[in-house]
Design a protein around this ligand. Structure first.
Ligand SMILES: [Zn+2]
Length: 446
């Protein structure tokens, strides 16, 4: 059945068009054009009429750890290692696959309500092996969000046992999942050797080789904290990005690096020369006092940049609109330059650039892309004022909008949030399931 999405304004190719609609079949945008012409062409189409909305591409959360939503508000405002030990490492061993599912539904439901239509979940709590991964995939399907599972490969044994696998097991598990879901348009599996401090050089190389075999990117945390740089220098005599180059994982443009806070100028150049991509998580970097990634220099070097919320226990919001605002604000104040990063650049990072980075046909409203949209209520007070020229709409979305302006969310052509309410799983059920789980964990750990 063909659907015509008919908002007041449609954001296409950088313009807000009045009287336009998007024709959608089987979850894909067939064409966009003036509504009257499309209605004539497709007289039997179901019309989804949102007369107060501006329809924009759904946002892409290119880095999250869904289970960490369960740890929000626990052991906050501590030094990094203390926070890690009291929050992540303390609770992770108790999370069974069904708990991972509860956490993922919680995270995906919340972020979808706030406009995320694609999430990359960087997942590493394998207490029940691939069953834990399957719980994430099922949660995404039940919530109705598009998923990239950055299936983590981790062999540093200082972490909880459920994170750790041999190289052979990690490779086999990622490969098996990738094969199983290769024809599923809502699920993509990519290898994700955790980082240079939690994956051996051989594990990182195995992740890269697997990315070649599967023809995907691979994701890796890079230089989030100074300790990683110190450790790599001590063990290898060079810096993290130099090591990644040296071990041969940057040569074929498959690397998606998360964070990249502590790079020197040479490493920033290496990132650009090797067409590495970056997922930037400004709120998380601020929350954990990591430091400030040099976004203008990385952009100048041609690095493609997407935005991530990171886990909800190091943010603690999970909204890409929030990260757009934080990215622009943090870069401006850090560079003491109001032009450091502008609203159009951060909007693109949170939509089409993040989509390109994840190699998915989303993030744009144009023919051939998947129908992932967000409808914002143009009458919401936080989006005012608006000239007839529409000059303020995009700046107001980035800098001023509050979440209650997010009226509708569409993923793969299906309305998943209507008038701010999640349709797929009732929000009160999500909350009560989380509460039951947290009561159990509190009892187990006391
Ligand atoms: Zn992360």
């Amino acid at each position: 059945m063909l659907k015509l999405f008919k908002p007041r304004l449609l954001y296409c190719a950088g313009k807000f068009l009045e009287g336009y609609a998007a024709a959608v079949v089987d979850g894909q945008i067939k064409e966009t054009g003036p509504y009257e012409a499309l209605k004539e062409k497709y007289p039997n189409a179901a019309v989804i009429d949102w007369p107060d909305d501006v329809l924009i591409p759904g946002t892409v959360n290119a880095h999250n750890h869904s289970f960490q939503s369960l740890l929000r508000g626990i052991a906050v405002d501590r030094p990094f290692l203390e926070w890690r030990d009291q929050s992540l490492y303390k609770f992770s061993p108790y999370l069974k696959a069904k708990d991972v599912y509860t956490g993922a539904v919680f995270a995906f439901g919340e972020m979808m309500k706030y406009g995320v239509t694609t999430v990359c979940d960087y997942f590493y709590v394998h207490n029940e092996g691939v069953e834990s991964d399957e719980a994430i995939i099922q949660a995404a399907k039940d919530v109705g969000i598009r998923l990239v599972l950055a299936r983590t490969m981790y062999d540093w044994d200082g972490a909880p046992a459920g994170y750790v696998e041999t190289i052979a097991d990690a490779v086999n598990n990622v490969r098996a999942l990738a094969k199983k879901y290769q024809a599923d348009p809502m699920t993509t599996i990519v290898p994700a050797p955790h980082s240079l401090h939690a994956a051996s050089v051989e594990m990182v190389q195995a992740g890269h080789r697997l990315a070649q075999e599967l023809d995907t990117c691979f994701h890796i945390h890079v230089a989030e904290e100074p300790f990683e740089v110190d450790q790599v220098k001590k063990e290898h005599g060079i810096r993290p990005v130099e090591l990644l180059k040296k071990i041969g994982v940057m040569d074929d443009q498959r690397m998606v690096a998360i964070h990249c806070v502590w790079l020197n100028d040479e490493e920033k150049k290496l990132m650009g020369e090797n067409k590495a991509q970056l997922v930037y998580c400004p709120s998380s970097n601020m929350f954990l006092a990591d430091g400030v990634t040099d976004i203008p220099a990385l952009m100048d070097n041609g690095v493609r940049i997407g935005l991530g919320s990171d886990g909800a226990c190091s943010n603690n919001r999970i909204s890409v609109f929030e990260e757009m605002r934080m990215c622009a604000m943090l870069q401006k104040v850090h560079q003491l330059n109001g032009l450091a990063v502008n609203y159009q650049q951060v909007f693109d990072m949170g939509t089409k650039d993040g989509a390109d980075l994840l190699q998915l046909p989303v993030g744009r409203i144009e023919a051939g892309c998947q129908a992932d949209f967000v409808g914002l209520n143009l009458k919401d007070i936080s989006l005012q004022p608006i000239f007839q020229s529409k000059e303020q709409i995009l700046p107001n979305i980035v800098y001023a909008m509050q979440p209650n302006a997010i009226a509708h969310v569409v993923v793969d052509g299906k309305v998943t949030v209507d008038n701010g309410k999640i349709l797929t799983i009732p929000e009160d059920r999500i909350v009560s399931n989380v509460q039951t789980l947290m009561n159990r964990l509190e009892d187990q750990l006391s």
